[in-house]
Design a protein around this ligand. Structure first.
Ligand code: HEC
Length: 106
């Protein structure tokens, strides 16, 4: 029994030491670029949508309806306080729908 306790203690000490040693190595994150499809409203959308998360996060949704994209843009404004003026919403929605739409309005 004693040896089991000693062994357990040794494992805990070793694994803790390993954790501290690893934390000095730094973390390498892969950089993945998600280019935006060129089109009317791309630059405006780029400035409004890519400040908090990558474009990959947005297009990960796959092709969607115009209503879906409108809802997402409004969610970003209302829930996360994206600084997008009401009069600019439709331009962003039009870009999203034209380039990442599924052909359906609703
Ligand atoms: C003020 C910061 C901010 C801006 C600007 C912003 N977003 Fe987001 N967005 C977020 C946060 C925070 C999340 C949620 C992250 C999570 O849940 O992991 C998110 C999540 C999303 C998602 C994932 C689905 C979901 O509903 O959570 C989509 C799609 C998205 N954003 C699209 C957009 C688009 C399009 C724009 C430009 C109109 C935009 N975002 C601008 C902060 C922002």
């Amino acid at each position: 029994m004693r040896s089991v306790i000693k062994l357990t203690a040794a494992i805990i000490v070793c694994s803790t030491t390993a954790t501290f040693a690893d934390s000095n190595k730094g973390i390498k994150m892969p950089y993945i670029e998600f280019p935006m499809k060129p089109g009317k409203g791309m630059y405006s959308t780029k400035g409004k949508c890519n400040m908090c998360h990558s474009w990959g996060y947005t297009i990960n949704q796959g092709p969607q309806s115009k209503a879906f994209w409108r809802k997402k843009v409004i969610k970003m404004i209302e829930v996360f306080h994206a600084p997008i003026k009401n009069e600019d919403i439709e331009e962003v929605v039009a870009y999203l729908y034209a380039n990442y739409g599924n052909g359906e309005e609703d």
